[in-house]
Write a protein that binds this ligand. Sequence first.
Ligand code: GLN
Length: 194
Amino acid sequence: MKPIGILALQGDVEKHYKMIEKLGVRAIKARTPEDISSISALVIPGGESTTMGKLLDRFGILAPLREKIQQGFPVYGTCAGAILLAKNIENSEQLRIGTMDITVSRNAYGRQIESFETEITSPFFGDEAMTAVFIRAPIITAVKSHVEVLLSYENKAILVRQNNMLAGTFHPELTSDNRIHKYFVEHVVLKVKA
Ligand code: GLN
């Protein structure tokens, strides 16, 4: 299998890289059109989605990546990465990949609780509780009916999947729990034809 790319324009790259490598899958830091054509899937880390959108465009990979994803290329966006995948971003015209039928509201948990962590339990990922770390996180405010909600917190989707696209508003790479990355590799990357 070709390596999995971690989009390395800005943001929280290193921890995702380590998580993927720990699963025994080769990872590379991807930023050029050549990098994008040499990977089997892409993880888009957290960071600042407006900056990342502009850099995607400047590095000449925004349109090619969008097209590849539309054709089935597997992608996992966390936080800013999820914002970039969303078709609709409330009150924003920012550049985006925009391939997923979800609506997000940026920085939606408010100032006082900009960053927090909480325990999530879902039979989907086994019985053991999972620590979800939110950092100036968006809220997924709407999903189309063909988007699967895999995890929720306070009745809001926090991990969603639409075929080859996985998007989460929290940061599993900041914990030692690799269940989400493992799910991405085993059930999205290996199951979806890129
Ligand atoms: N607040 C950031 C944005 O709107 C996302 C934060 C993150 O990725 N941790 O782009």
